[in-house]
Write a protein of this length. Structure first.
Length: 207
């Protein structure tokens, strides 16, 4: 990635490109080249994670018995990695990050990286892993793509956010002078999509 150091922009004037501008900070976020560079870097990280999982140096997450394991999830600039809370797998993960940094020239921001453990993970195991990772421990990862990453024991309380989410959208329409047919269209097109979106990931209650 060191060879990609600069980029220049031209301006379209009267239908033709004129001159160029070279940003002092190199490639900016939103640049057309950024997604391709991201894919190149992430492909290397993905390959290393899959290789270590194939060697059984990392253990992915299984939804149920017999299902394929998931070692990582990538979306935009976020990366989720799943493994066992052991010293061996913690050291393997840190070695992957070190190799990735050397190969790509990127540096993992430890201050923005967090670690969550399964509830039954013992305190000694957590302490041993955290000494290796040296990252911030949190109970859950908060909201991701509008959905919470942690479900409490009382699911009825947990899914109240769906109703609150819909109510907030509807309240924003009350201040607008819209006809009844238009309100019905908004409710069908927007308000009903929120529960459907949540239902794709979580099992909603009947009442």
């Amino acid at each position: 990635m060191c060879i990609v150091s600069s980029v220049s922009y031209s301006f379209i004037l009267n239908g033709a490109p004129k001159g160029f501008l070279r940003p002092s900070r190199g490639i900016l976020q939103g640049d057309p080249l950024s997604p391709y560079l991201f894919l190149l870097c992430v492909e290397g990280l993905t390959s290393m994670l899959r290789m270590m999982e194939a060697r059984r140096a990392l253990t992915g997450l299984k939804i149920r018995r017999g299902s394929p394991s998931v070692s990582h999830i990538l979306f935009a600039e976020d990366t989720f990695v799943f493994c066992r809370a052991t010293v061996e797998e913690g050291e393997t993960f840190m070695q992957i990050l070190e190799d990735y940094e050397l190969a790509s020239g990127h540096k993992v921001n430890v201050e923005k990286t967090t670690v969550s453990f399964e509830r039954r993970t013992r305190g000694r195991s957590r302490e041993a892993v955290m000494r290796i990772l040296k990252m911030k421990e949190v109970e859950d990862q908060g909201k991701y793509l509008g959905l919470t990453s942690h479900i409490s024991r009382t699911k009825k309380e947990f899914f109240k956010f769906v109703r609150k989410w819909v109510d907030e959208r509807i309240k924003g329409w009350k201040g607008k002078l819209l006809s009844q047919p238009r309100n019905e269209v908004l409710i069908k097109a927007v308000a009903t999509t929120i529960p459907n979106y949540v239902r794709n990931y979580f099992k909603l209650l009947l009442a």
